[in-house]
Design a protein around this ligand. Structure first.
Ligand SMILES: Cc1cc2nc3c(=O)[nH]c(=O)nc-3n(C[C@H](O)[C@H](O)[C@H](O)COP(=O)(O)OP(=O)(O)OC[C@H]3O[C@@H](n4cnc5c(N)ncnc54)[C@H](O)[C@@H]3O)c2cc1C
Length: 447
């Protein structure tokens, strides 16, 4: 029987493992954590309610909430925030990451997936052009017919694959965000402050953002920046948020570390002979918000479908490319487009942000997308043709910003043309040519 090995217990790797094991495949997941309870972060995350069922897992009864509207705050305190409007029937999961892991592990183990913990993966093992396994830090060689790379953003496999495979090893500056996240105790002397979700753009686009989420008994804070920063720097930046969050106590209840999230276009090439990347390793988050749980779960199911369709068990770049093509068709192309908006945001100065917040260039409807439907068409769907002229006039008051918006429009057109050159079926040369265009285009934007 063919042996499938999953490197890292990332969510998409587990979704692929579960769907394959259900069909009788021999699948083993390897992770560096010492025991399954150590998997996942400590905090709660939002993701679309259908992600579990779309990826083949049974639905989860715990954690379903009406989507929490976000209020976006600009740099000026006297300008009111722009609040999202949320439809009555919009629900999402708000789950502790460990509960999510408990849910998907329970069903995966029942389906026959094997888990090996305490296994630190060091590097990929190659036989000719084929990825055949990985070596662990203990020098053990783990060999399989297919290696699924679910090791996250700094995967020791993706980052060390030979360049001739065409899989991009390194993510560039601006393509990832470093975040400090912690849950603090909530001071009881401010009972009037409602439970709410606030996102702040106090700095210019190059210097990041922050959020304060007020829960019943805790205050969840996040500071995000495009370059690495220390915990001390995070704590000093956090003081700037004190005036918005007087109810934040000083005791850290959960988290308190610095983490890195990919916020970029998906990998141009995510497969090779014997290898497929999924999740953060393949950069599958929604670039403007960094949400990746739903996309990676769904991608895991798409990967399993491509493996099941490969009746001869070749697991070659050619057969695995059906997974990549399906991912791009359903999600990846839209996400790459959305990355252009993130690039615009990163280029905004304080003056640009002030105009955005104060002048009505951006409205509540524009910001009311959810992470499951973040595409340019949903983001722009609310702009009526009659609005366009009015908004251009407002933006036109700031020449530099006007130029940035025109650049965004030009880049959308360029990317559309590049995406048309992505092969529908595997062809080594055409795929390499597409990847070259796509990677050079994005590299030129984040320079
Ligand atoms: C602060 C923060 C908040 C977030 N909030 C949200 C949210 O609200 N909603 C949302 O959808 N997404 C959110 N995300 C993003 C989300 O966590 C990821 O996009 C998603 O988990 C997909 O990542 P993954 O499963 O591919 O990788 P990961 O979650 O990083 O999992 C990788 C796994 O590989 C293992 N591993 C790594 N290296 C090795 C090695 N060398 N050897 C063995 N094992 C290894 C790790 O132990 C880990 O178990 C957030 C991320 C962060 C950091």
């Amino acid at each position: 029987m063919k042996k499938i090995i999953v490197a890292g217990a990332g969510h998409g790797g587990i979704a692929a493992a579960y769907n394959l094991a259900k069909k009788g495949y021999d699948v083993t997941v390897y992770d560096r954590v010492q025991k399954e309870e150590d998997l996942g972060h400590e905090w709660q995350d939002f993701f679309h309610k259908d992600a579990l069922t779309d990826s083949g897992f049974p639905a989860c009864e715990v954690g379903m909430v009406h989507r929490v509207p976000i209020s976006f705050y600009g740099p000026d305190k006297d300008v009111p925030p722009i609040g999202q409007t949320v439809k009555d029937d919009e629900f999402e999961m708000h789950m502790y990451r460990k509960d999510l892991y408990a849910h998907i592990l329970k069903y995966s183990k029942e389906a026959g997936v094997k888990f090996v913990f305490g296994c630190s993966i060091k590097k990929p093992l190659m036989l000719g052009n084929r990825v055949v396994g990985f070596e662990t830090s203990d020098g053990e060689k783990v060999i399989g017919d297919l290696v699924i790379d679910a090791c996250g953003i700094n995967s020791p496999l993706r980052t060390q694959l030979p360049s001739y495979l065409g899989v991009q090893n390194k993510f560039l500056r601006g393509e990832t965000i470093f975040v400090y996240r912690a849950y603090y105790n909530r001071l009881k002397k401010f009972p009037e402050i409602p439970n709410d979700y606030h996102v702040y753009f106090l700095n210019d686009g190059k210097d990041g953002m922050g959020w304060i989420v007020t829960n019943e008994d805790s205050v969840d804070v996040l500071i995000g920046k495009p370059s690495p920063f220390t915990k001390e720097e995070a704590l000093s930046e956090l003081e700037r948020y004190d005036e918005f969050a007087p109810h934040r106590g000083k005791k850290v209840l959960l988290g308190g570390g610095i983490y890195e999230i990919p916020v970029r276009q998906p990998l141009a090439i995510m497969v090779a002979d014997g290898y497929a990347a999924v999740g953060d390793s393949a950069a599958m988050t929604v670039p403007i918000v960094g949400s990746g749980i739903a996309n990676t779960l769904k991608a895991g199911k798409m990967l399993a479908d491509a493996v099941l369709a490969d009746k001869n068990g070749e697991y070659s770049a050619s057969t695995l490319y059906n997974y990549e093509a399906a991912y791009y068709k359903q999600l990846g192309s839209s996400l790459a487009m959305v990355d252009l908006i993130k690039i615009l945001l990163q280029n905004l100065t304080l003056e640009d942000l002030r105009l955005f917040f104060a002048s009505g260039v951006v409205t509540s409807e524009d910001l009311s997308f959810n992470s499951n439907e973040a595409s340019l068409s949903t983001i722009f769907a609310n702009i009526k043709p009659s609005d366009v002229v009015d908004r251009f006039k407002k933006v036109g008051k700031n020449k530099a910003l006007f130029k940035k918006v025109l650049t965004l429009i030009k880049n959308i057109a360029i990317l559309r043309r590049i995406m048309l050159t992505m092969p529908k079926k595997y062809n080594e040369k055409s795929l390499a040519a597409f990847a070259d265009r796509y990677n050079k285009f994005f590299a030129s934007l984040v320079k």
